[in-house]
Design a binder for this molecule. Structure first.
Ligand code: BGC
Length: 370
């Protein structure tokens, strides 16, 4: 089968032909339909991140996946050929209490693997074999957008973490809120745009920042969601000193992280989701002022990574609501769909201005599955 592979830490990406996984590897055999391209994939291709499975000379890239079940072992209940599925990314360490409870996103040993990222093959290929516990069934009406479910799960988790902190403030009996909470989203890639959508759905007043003018692809969608777009290419002054209850960071830029803290409101929380390059030069930080403000403002900085199955499930519910409320909004985030074989070219050229590039592995899931 065709597969897009990397050999970290060596930079570069190749299209190869490799054997299909053996049936013994799991009871559900899945044909991949689509795989999204994300910043983590680019970091892996650039040799900054990622690891092949034990004993393999390469790693099959890709973790934002959508597939269709093609064969099921007779002893396995719950799946039939033709089911649309998205596989979760992390496989637990098998040792800590979080991994034992299907919460490997909180793994405490670091002994987990991540498909397409660290120690396990991913989905930029034609087939994979999996256990039911790692497969999330997707309702048919979400077929055209379900490749966004994995980034959506990351957003669901991040917002939940932030909400847990903000819950400290509510309720204040007899003193209800007089205005909707505010959220600032840094970055208008898929994570930022999905966060804007979920927070708009939850009644937040949303502003989203990036370093682009009004012609950036996310802008019409932000307007549809009732969210404000602010271009901070020339600095954060463009925010006019506004401060927010919830800040979701989706840039992976250390300098943005520090600037964002200045826009955190009293009792607010910033949730960091972007993964900075550990080789970034050390930054000089006014530590006294920074930590003083955090203490005196009851503020919190929370990191959030990955997502367990519950967030894939809440993501599906939110995607269904989004399709009703803003039809076509999710689809508009997929700014290009290219064949799998175009992957070397996609990774070989600088990131284009779109929101999400999706590699199409199989043109359609209609008709008999091979
Ligand atoms: C993925 C997560 C993963 C993280 C760190 C992200 O791009 O969406 O599932 O945990 O990278 O490897």
């Amino acid at each position: 089968m065709r597969a897009i592979v990397v050999r970290p830490p060596k930079p570069g990406v190749e299209l190869i032909d490799c054997p299909a996984p053996s049936r013994a590897a799991g009871p559900v055999r899945v044909t991949v339909l689509e795989c999204g391209v994300c910043g983590t994939d680019r970091d892996i291709v650039n040799g900054k991140y990622g690891k092949p499975p034990e004993g393999s000379p390469f790693l099959i890239l890709g973790h934002e996946n959508l597939g269709v079940v093609h064969a099921v072992d007779p002893s396995t209940a719950g799946f039939v050929p033709g089911d649309l599925v998205v596989a979760t990314v992390r496989r637990g360490c098998g040792r800590c209490r979080f991994c034992s409870a299907n919460r490997s996103d909180f793994c405490e040993t670091g002994g987990f693997t991540e498909c397409g990222i660290n120690g396990a093959h991913g989905y930029m290929t034609e087939e994979y074999v999996e256990s039911p516990e790692y497969l999330v069934k997707v309702p048919r009406p979400l077929r055209s957008v379900a490749v966004l479910l994995e980034p959506m799960s990351v957003v669901e988790k991040a917002i939940f973490q932030g909400q847990r902190v903000l819950d400290r403030k509510e309720p204040t009996p007899g003193h209800p809120r007089t205005e909707a909470p505010s959220a600032l989203i840094a970055g208008t890639g898929a994570i930022g745009m999905l966060a804007a959508l979920v927070l708009a759905m939850r009644g937040y007043r949303v502003a989203a920042i990036d370093r682009h003018g009004g012609d950036t692809p996310g802008v019409p969608l932000l307007a549809r969601l009732g969210a404000r777009h602010v271009n901070v290419a020339t600095g954060f002054d463009a925010l006019d000193g506004a401060r927010f209850d919830l800040v979701i960071e989706a840039t992976g830029s250390v300098s943005a992280d520090f600037s964002l803290i200045d826009h955190l409101g009293p009792n607010g929380v910033i949730v960091l989701t972007g993964i900075p390059d550990e080789r970034e030069p050390p930054a000089t930080v006014p530590g006294g002022q920074l930590f003083r403000d955090i203490v005196l403002g009851n503020q919190a900085i929370v990191g959030s990574v990955n997502a367990n199955r519950t967030y894939f499930e809440s993501g599906l519910r939110d995607m269904t609501v989004a399709e009703e409320r803003w039809p076509g909004a999710l689809e508009s985030m997929i700014t290009s769909r290219l064949p799998l074989d175009a992957a070397p070219e996609v990774f070989g050229s600088p990131r284009r201005g779109g929101v999400k590039t999706v590699l199409r592995v199989r043109p359609t899931d209609a008709g008999p599955v091979p």
